[in-house]
Design a protein. Structure first.
Length: 177
């Protein structure tokens, strides 16, 4: 399957091994991944394994998760992902995003995530979108709020890969008409 999503400034394309160098630029960076559950990656080989797994999912006739490279002026500046929450797309979807730190503060995270929501709402009829983040990740909180999401929960025990201690996870949701 191949999906390409265009927004005013960005293009979202399937993420795969071709993006190893640019994905590693943020996936190996402890500052860029400070609040991420499964990052930073330990080395480029781990990043490659992740990208190969994403490519295999894209190759399925009906993927259950979608990893996109976020391109700005044809340069990968991050990634967004969406996975179905249940057996059918109509049960909802979970989303996530990461933007390379040299591109923080320009609204690219909300734009990429909104493009993802719009596409999957129109194409699959998804109405419920959820995202979560570390309580300390104020940029992701702002992104979720810009997307029209509301906080629906707070859960202790979040353990980010690069952190030495546990934190609190915030869960946000948006129901679209």
């Amino acid at each position: 399957m191949y999906i390409e999503i265009e927004t005013p400034y960005l293009r979202l394309v399937p993420l795969g091994p071709d993006f190893l160098i640019t994905t590693s630029a943020y996936a190996l960076d402890p500052e860029n991944t400070r609040y991420m559950l499964h990052l930073p990656n330990r080395d480029e080989a781990e990043t490659l394994r992740f990208l190969e797994k994403a490519e295999k999912e894209w190759a399925k006739e009906e993927p259950s998760s979608f990893e996109f490279a976020v391109l700005y002026r044809d340069e990968q500046i991050g990634a967004v992902n969406l996975s179905f929450s249940g057996e059918t797309p109509q049960e909802g979807a979970r989303m996530g995003w990461i933007i390379r730190k040299s591109f923080w503060g320009h609204g690219f995270g909300p734009e990429a995530a909104q493009g993802l929501m719009d596409y999957f709402h129109d194409k699959y009829g998804i109405r419920r979108f959820q995202a979560s983040c570390d309580r300390e990740n104020t940029a992701s909180v702002r992104t979720m709020e810009k997307l029209g999401m509301q906080k629906i929960g707070e859960h202790p025990g979040r353990k980010n890969r690069g952190a030495g201690e546990g934190s609190v996870e915030l869960l946000y949701e948006r129901l679209m008409p």
